[in-house]
Unconditional design. Structure first.
Length: 506
């Protein structure tokens, strides 16, 4: 019976469906491993089962090949007698060297089969039609020959950057490892994403599986200031006065927030390292604060320094009385002239003499200065001290001039403000000194006979004040109504004697 089946197979071989040879090209990188299955590479349908399959490799040390044999049972006969079985081989291929290799192979599968019962004990099976196919694959083994990344990049603190390397040779693939020579400056993760941490320089290296690498020098720069501002843009000071300036640097995360301070004219005003301005002398200058991080941002404050050498003391007066107001000057010998506007409260005016001239006189510290006074349209009084020879005022600190004031009868007791405005002094070199405005308090009180200085008591000081008044050395506070002790309309030595007698209870 077996002989008969063999003869039938020779005479009537199974039909075979032949497929075209499947050609392909595959590119792998040195070190990569792939699986070759002749069935799938040949492109045949497995049908009812694979009968056979194998591949042929070129003789080379560029590929490492290991094979695995697989037995396939398509159909089993009774008692395992004369069934249909097959076997095929799969291959694990590892690329070892670059080059071009051609791999060929073929495979068949059972499309249909027939069966025949030989006896009640067994049935035989035979293949009636097969699928058959072949393949030819050109295998290109390549390797990484170089990697391209930027050679230099610059970041600011906190900034991120992701590398996108270009791998050469074409088709080569690899897993890259990343490293930073100084991760405290900039760190890099396994995906090639860089994070800038602090100012400095580091080298980032990416390395392929075969040791080919590329490097990038990374410079981490500080976050520079975008702006700087001051709490005030202008200020008016008097000599010796101080003003604290405060600078604000933007943005808040600027790396170097240090600033530097400077004055355009240290003779006018100076500034220390903390922004404290000290006024030195009359004039104008500019205080500048600048960023120290190289961003060249600046802010300025205009400083106008006014003098305070001219002053007036608080004064005391009485209704229907006169008051001598001293205009006082500190011991600044270079002053040769002055002008100012005198603003008086309502009911108080500059007194006039018998010739209807406003009464303003120079003190004994004057050399050849004169004082002139006139009432201006706004009701205030303009006073000018002037020397035709530019001689300076001399003497110690004290009164430079006197202005006699009349207080109306209807001025109520209380406190009032006297102002000197629009003040300008002149030095002997013709330099103008701009002066701050001055305010003082005028206290109106009931007259106490003999209390010439308004201190609410009669003492020898009041008697001396009367004598000085008679001698032309008018005290800083002098109430003429109180000094006319005998009420005869004039102030004489008799009034001083009566003050002494009052003190002695005579």
């Amino acid at each position: 019976m077996k002989r008969l089946n063999w003869l039938l197979t020779l005479l009537f071989p199974p039909l075979i469906s032949w497929g075209a040879t499947k050609t392909s090209t595959k590119t792998v990188t040195v070190g990569q491993t792939f699986e070759l299955n002749p069935v799938s590479w040949s492109g045949i349908s497995s049908g009812k089962g694979v009968l056979s399959g194998s591949a042929k490799f070129p003789t080379t040390d560029g590929l490492a090949v290991s094979s695995a044999n697989h037995s396939v049972t398509i159909v089993a006969a009774k008692n395992s007698h004369n069934g249909i079985t097959g076997s095929y081989t799969t291959y694990t291929v590892t690329a070892l060297k670059t080059g071009t290799y051609v791999i060929t192979g073929s495979a068949t599968s059972c499309k249909s089969y027939s069966s025949k019962m030989e006896s009640i004990y067994w049935t035989t099976y035979s293949v009636t039609e097969r699928y058959s196919g072949s393949f030819s694959c050109t295998l290109n083994v390549v390797d990484v020959t170089s990697i391209s990344i930027p050679s230099n990049i610059s970041l600011t603190i906190g900034e991120n950057y992701t590398f996108t390397p270009t791998i050469y040779q074409a088709g080569a693939t690899t897993t890259l490892t990343w490293n930073s020579s100084n991760a405290s400056v900039a760190s890099v993760n396994s995906n090639g994403t860089l994070t800038a941490n602090k100012v400095g320089t580091t080298i980032i290296t990416c390395t392929a599986h075969n040791g080919v690498s590329a490097s990038c020098t990374v410079t981490v720069n500080p976050i520079l200031a975008s702006n700087i501002s001051l709490n005030i843009s202008s200020v008016e000071l008097v000599t010796g006065e101080k003003q604290q300036l405060a600078a604000t640097v933007s943005p808040n995360n600027t790396t170097n927030r240090a600033v530097t301070w400077s004055s355009s004219n240290p003779e006018i005003a100076v500034v220390d390292d903390n922004g404290l301005v000290t006024a030195k002398s009359s004039g104008q200058c500019m205080i500048t604060v600048a960023t120290a991080d190289g961003s060249n941002k600046v802010a300025t404050c205009a400083v106008n320094v006014l003098s305070d050498v001219l002053y007036i003391d608080n004064a005391v007066g009485v209704p229907s009385g006169t008051l001598v107001l001293p205009i006082q000057l500190k011991n600044l010998s270079a002053i040769t002239g002055a002008q100012f506007e005198l603003q008086l409260p309502e009911g108080v005016s500059v007194a006039r003499d018998k010739a209807n001239n406003l009464i303003a006189t120079m003190s004994d510290r004057a050399t050849d200065q004169d004082i002139m006074c006139s009432q201006i349209t706004n009701g205030n009084y303009q006073l000018v001290i002037f020397s035709g020879t530019s001689s300076p005022l001399s003497g110690n600190e004290g009164a430079a001039a006197y202005v006699t004031l009349n207080i109306a009868n209807n001025v109520a007791e209380g406190s009032y403000i006297i102002r000197l405005k629009e003040i300008e002094l002149t030095k002997s070199n013709s330099e103008a000194i701009h002066h701050k405005d001055i305010e003082t308090t005028l206290t109106i009180t009931a007259a106490t006979i003999g209390d010439t200085n308004g201190d609410s008591k009669v003492t020898v000081t009041d008697a001396v004040g009367i004598v000085n008044y008679i001698l032309g050395r008018t005290p800083s506070v002098f109430i003429s109504k109180a000094a006319d002790v005998n009420n005869d309309g004039s102030i004489t030595i008799t009034d001083a004697v009566q003050v002494i007698n009052h003190i002695l209870n005579k």
